[in-house]
Write a protein that binds this ligand. Structure first.
Ligand code: PLP
Length: 350
């Protein structure tokens, strides 16, 4: 991947390129997603990371004040990106407490009934921060609602290669019925090592929406840097690196082994991603040894940094107070040391 980018620089392949992205990269994206027989490269837009794909979709699909629906724990940038596109973000809350924040077709329907100006429902599967995975049936039901109600079903599938326990990624149905409403967002940043800073993402969308997004980005970024697109081309044309998912699955198992030692924490099962989601409502209202009250997830995250040197993301950042998200994409020694220190810090809260 790096060599390909270096070569492109050295050979002077640094001119303006097609604002939609290199045609050969767009063709590779379709193969990577296994949909090369159902789309043409004109329905693919290469972007500067999945973030730009998301922003493009909000800008291209929404009129000012149109509603965009997110699932129950929206990733931190969803809201700011929607607001920057003058859209109105709404979090769909699940009615089934046992669903681990997964939204059902009925939850979605109810929100669509309440908000006729909704343009899209954005689903992150597998989900950052909760690490939960919607099954193929659950995805199909949500997609079906979107098709019936004529709203876009935007699938952010950025972690789709990091699904554990031999479970296949639940692909959305792509056929004549779903294609006009299905938008898929993906990129290099999570499924490949050390690639978040390359800033390459992509969107596969219905032709009119794809065209609008290309027009738009032709005016604001002209597409991502061409040598980096050559790096992406090399990544997608090489065999997918084995070992990444297995390595992360082993780290997931390490956390699972620590879970009973974390007082007041309910560690959620982690079927996918490299995040462990902790229900810490049991630790709220406790006090640190120096008398400070832990009122919410931000206080707790601050305590863990101060006392244990462990950085977590507060659930409040994902509109879910009472939870913490822990990334386990770190070397094993750091993971073990961090978990031991966190367990001690939790034990000190009274
Ligand atoms: N979507 C989700 C769910 C993410 O977790 C992230 C990054 O953390 C992004 C989108 C943005 O990805 P990128 O770095 O490719 O812009």
């Amino acid at each position: 991947m790096r060599e390909a980018a270096e070569r492109a620089f050295r050979e002077g392949r640094t001119m303006y390129a097609d604002p939609a992205g290199l045609p050969e990269l767009r063709a590779d994206v379709l193969r990577w997603l296994g949909v090369e027989d159902r789309y043409t490269p004109d329905e693919v837009v290469i972007t500067a990371g999945a973030k730009q794909s998301l922003f493009n979709v909000f800008l291209a699909a929404c009129n000012p004040a149109d509603c965009v629906l997110f699932d129950a724990a929206p990733w931190v940038s969803y809201q700011p990106l929607a607001v920057a596109a003058y859209a109105f973000p709404v979090q769909v809350l699940p009615t089934r407490p046992e669903s681990r924040m997964k939204v059902s077709a009925d939850d979605l329907r109810r929100n669509l009934d309440l908000r006729p100006y909704t343009k899209l429902f954005l689903l992150n599967n597998p989900c950052n921060p909760t690490a939960q995975l919607y099954s193929a049936d659950e995805v199909e039901e949500l997609l079906q609602v979107c098709v019936e109600r004529r709203v876009y079903f935007v699938l952010d599938r950025l972690y789709w290669r990091i699904v554990f326990d031999g479970v296949p990624f639940p692909e959305p149905r792509v056929d004549d019925e779903t294609r006009p409403w299905l938008v898929q967002i993906d990129g290099l940043s999570k499924n490949f090592r050390r690639s978040g800073g390359l800033r390459i993402g992509w969107t596969v969308a219905p032709p009119d929406l794809a065209r609008a997004m290309v027009n738009l980005q032709s005016h604001y970024t002209s597409g991502p840097s061409t040598p980096v697109q050559h790096a992406a081309l090399a990544a997608l044309e090489s065999p997918y690196p084995t070992g990444l998912r297995e390595e992360l699955e082993a780290k997931r198992d390490r956390i699972r082994a620590w879970a009973p030692k974390l007082a007041g924490v309910d560690v959620w099962p982690t079927p996918a991603t490299f995040y462990s989601f902790w229900d810490v409502r049991g630790a709220l209202g406790t006090r640190t040894p120096d008398g400070r009250v832990i009122r919410g997830s931000i206080d707790l995250a601050t305590w863990l940094v101060e006392r244990a040197g462990v950085v977590t993301a507060a659930g409040a950042a994902f509109l879910q107070e009472g939870y913490l998200r822990v990334s386990f994409a770190v070397p094993d020694e750091e993971l073990e040391g961090g978990l031991a220190a966190a367990a001690e810090a939790f034990a000190e809260l009274a």
